[in-house]
Design a protein around this ligand. Structure first.
Ligand code: THU
Length: 128
């Protein structure tokens, strides 16, 4: 299955009764496996989690810690970009040059990279 198909499929399972904005994310790990995640909202709004966070959690739970590509999709007039928090989460597990495809269910796609999404990222080197 393609990264796009995995993201579209998992998006169907999103739990988004408050925003009605379903998001799907699929990441390819260094071993080539695809992990996917959807947003999971909560009546206590800040407790909700993003699709990207779910996909990363699935990868880490499976024993992998490096992502090499990610695809994010929602139904939106424009391709959907990861929120600020998710940009930091992606930077934790992917190199700057990792390809990020932002997409809409309607078919629009935009390619960028983790580095371009989060210039000047805070990283482990800052704590040395
Ligand atoms: N959301 C994601 O899951 N990923 C994004 O990249 C953008 C936003 C979710 C969070 C919330 O459940 C809903 O979309 C509306 O913000």
């Amino acid at each position: 299955m393609s990264l796009k198909d995995a993201a579209l499929l998992v998006r169907e399972n999103a739990y988004a009764p408050y925003s009605n904005f379903k998001v799907g994310a699929a990441i390819r790990s260094a071993s080539g496996v695809i992990y996917s995640g959807c947003n999971v909202e909560n009546v206590a709004y800040p407790e909700g989690t993003c699709a990207e966070a779910g996909a990363i959690a699935a990868m880490v739970a499976a024993g992998e810690q490096e992502l090499t590509e990610i695809y994010v999709v929602a139904s939106s007039p424009q391709p959907v970009p990861p929120c600020g928090g998710c940009r930091q989460k992606l930077a934790e597990f992917g190199k700057r040059e990792v390809k990020v495809t932002l997409a809409s269910v309607e078919g629009a796609e935009m390619e960028t990279t983790i580095g371009d999404l989060l210039p000047g990222a805070f990283g482990a080197s800052h704590m040395e």
